[in-house]
Write a protein that binds this ligand. Structure first.
Ligand SMILES: Cc1ncc(COP(=O)(O)O)c(C=O)c1O
Length: 373
């Protein structure tokens, strides 16, 4: 059987990985400054993570959400502790797009409305409503285009208000730091205005933290450099360090009812253990603070490259050049054995390393970059 060829592949075949490196069968080490799309948070094959998953596999890997699974409550408590959002409620699922679907659905149930306001450059996933609120016509099938969505630019609070005034918007969804779009970031003032407008017009504010959450930005959630309290927060990627786990945090004003949301796989034993192991290591190794320190180091080094713009925050960073970076990324992989990322802004090189990255890894990157530029 043929694979359905939707991914253009690099000619690299990793067979094992450790911390910030992946290795091919010949033992060639590749420096992973991309974390497989921001997924690897505490480093590849972290011993505590591996041990937690092994232990859980030996006991019970999965049962449906029809039974008591105390790991879910342990995880909810741990997320509450890390994020200081103790009064929120956790619903678990298995991917970023599924988190977005559930977030939008909750907003619609809560407000009784159905239109969504999203932002230019947004990426929220590839499933039904998630892709409809993604600003990329090429991946929106006619089926998805039935959703009622409008896109406005960041900072244009008048455009936001004009749409909310129409009275039919259930949710405003935003990425505190755009990922796939290329690291554009709304200002703190704009985010605060969004919260005010949403409260005024009975609209839910959804912070999409699928990529920026779980300490990657230097705060637990990227929106937490402001004082806002979104109605719903979406999470995935770094939450599981490679195990497929996602979830939403739901404000106490939104009430649960049996059957309102549901999933077969979400919140299974293994998924909970993976996310708990991530939180343990984030805390024990102070990786959130480390992300902030590494950002500073990266910025100092990047500032020495003439004409480059540094974007993003924490270890969710981008370098914007005045040329398209596709060929540069290829050379970094094949000649220098360094993984980096692209974005829909073709001039932005994305840097999303494991949060365990050290100064010497950035030194190696900047030396390599200097050689290939
Ligand atoms: C901000 C954001 N939201 C949602 C998603 C979708 O997540 P997934 O690919 O796990 O469905 C992504 C994926 O890149 C993302 O970056």
């Amino acid at each position: 059987m043929k694979l359905f060829e939707v991914y253009p592949l690099y000619d690299v075949q990793p067979t094992r990985a450790k911390d910030v490196y992946v290795y091919d069968a010949e033992g060639t080490a590749y420096l992973d400054l991309y974390g497989g799309h921001a997924v690897i948070s505490i480093g590849h094959s972290h011993p505590h993570y591996v041990q937690s998953l092994h232990e859980q596999l030996d006991n019970i890997a999965f049962y449906s959400n029809a039974i008591q699974n105390p790991w879910q409550q342990k995880l909810a408590d741990a997320i509450g502790e890390h994020s200081c959002l103790h009064d929120y409620q956790l619903f678990m699922c298995s991917s970023g797009a599924e988190a977005i679907e559930n977030a939008l659905k909750m907003a619609s149930f809560h407000t009784g409305k159905k239109r969504v306001l999203a932002f230019k450059g947004a990426f929220h996933g590839r499933t039904s409503a998630a892709v409809a609120v993604t600003d990329n016509q090429k991946i929106i099938a006619p089926l998805n285009a039935q959703q009622a969505v409008c896109f406005v630019p960041f900072e244009d609070h008048q455009a936001v208000e004009k749409e909310l005034q129409k009275g039919d918007v259930c949710a405003v969804i935003f990425e505190p730091i755009q990922g796939v779009g290329g690291l554009d970031t709304p200002s703190k003032e704009f985010i605060i205005q969004l919260e005010r407008l949403c409260q005024h017009y009975n609209t839910c504010l959804i912070a999409d933290e699928v990529q920026s959450g779980f300490s990657r930005s230097g705060t637990f959630f990227a929106f937490q450099n402001t004082s806002i309290k979104p109605h719903i927060i979406t999470m995935a990627k770094g939450m599981g360090n490679g195990f497929p786990v996602g979830g939403i945090l739901i404000h106490p004003d939104l009430k649960a009812q049996y059957g309102l949301l549901g999933t077969t796989f979400g919140g299974n034993h293994l998924a909970c253990r993976a996310a708990l192991a991530v939180l343990d290591v984030l805390k024990r190794d102070k990786l959130q603070e480390h992300a902030g320190q590494m950002e500073q180091y990266f910025r100092e080094k990047a500032a020495q490259i003439p004409g480059v713009k540094i974007k993003g925050r924490g270890l969710m960073l981008g370098l914007e050049f005045d040329f398209e970076v596709g060929p540069l990324r290829k050379r970094l992989i094949h000649e220098k054995h360094i993984f980096t990322g692209g974005s829909s802004n073709k001039k932005v090189l994305r840097i999303l390393p494991p949060l365990t990255v050290q100064t010497e890894h950035f030194d190696a990157f900047f030396t390599a970059l200097h050689d290939v530029l």
